[in-house]
Design a protein around this ligand. Structure first.
Ligand code: DLZ
Length: 160
């Protein structure tokens, strides 16, 4: 049985920079929508809690995690955002598709961080089953969307 570890999503607001002056792009994959919506809600709550304005948060959907790379690239190049958060959920199936999608998505987002001047935050769950994903998108292991939002704010203010 999984052990609760809510600390993974808990942050001390006093240690997080003010996000009110920044624009954030969030690109959400539509596969496993129960999970990706949970991650999105966690990200939105944290951004808002840290001062980001609703009109400065732009959401786009893409079909699956494989499309996150292109979606994030286009978001970064056209929407004048200060950071992009890529949200996806890949769940192990019976074929090798899982490995290809996970690997391509992680490499693609890494490449964007090398190529672009906008940080792209990796918020893609890669789990063995739906239960593990539920536990990490607002369940007993917290919400990786929240962590991604905090990472985005920290990267936007890096060196400031
Ligand atoms: C095809 C596929 C499969 C099998 N599983 C997932 C998944 O668990 N999570 C996810 O985000 N996307 C999945 N996809 C879709 C691919 O990401 C992609 O959308 C298609 O291969 C079309 O390029």
């Amino acid at each position: 049985m999984a052990t609760a570890n809510k600390n993974l999503s808990v942050y001390d607001k006093n240690t997080i920079p003010d996000a009110s002056k920044f624009r954030f792009g969030i690109v959400v994959a539509e596969w496993n929508p129960v999970i990706t919506e949970g991650l999105y809600n966690g990200a939105i709550e944290a951004l808002s809690d840290c001062g980001a304005k609703a009109e400065n948060i732009i959401r786009w959907n893409v079909p699956g995690s494989f499309e996150l790379t292109y979606g994030c690239k286009k978001m970064a190049k056209t929407q004048e955002v200060d950071a992009v958060i890529a949200i996806g959920s890949v769940i192990q199936g019976e074929t090798k598709h899982f490995d290809f999608v996970c690997s391509a998505t992680a490499q693609g987002i890494k490449d964007l961080n090398v190529q672009l001047d906008v940080p792209v935050i990796f918020c893609v769950l890669t789990d063995n089953n739906m239960q593990q994903s539920l536990e990490r998108s607002g369940g007993i292991h917290g919400n990786k969307g929240t962590e991604a939002a905090i990472a985005a704010i920290k990267m936007v203010t890096l060196g400031a």
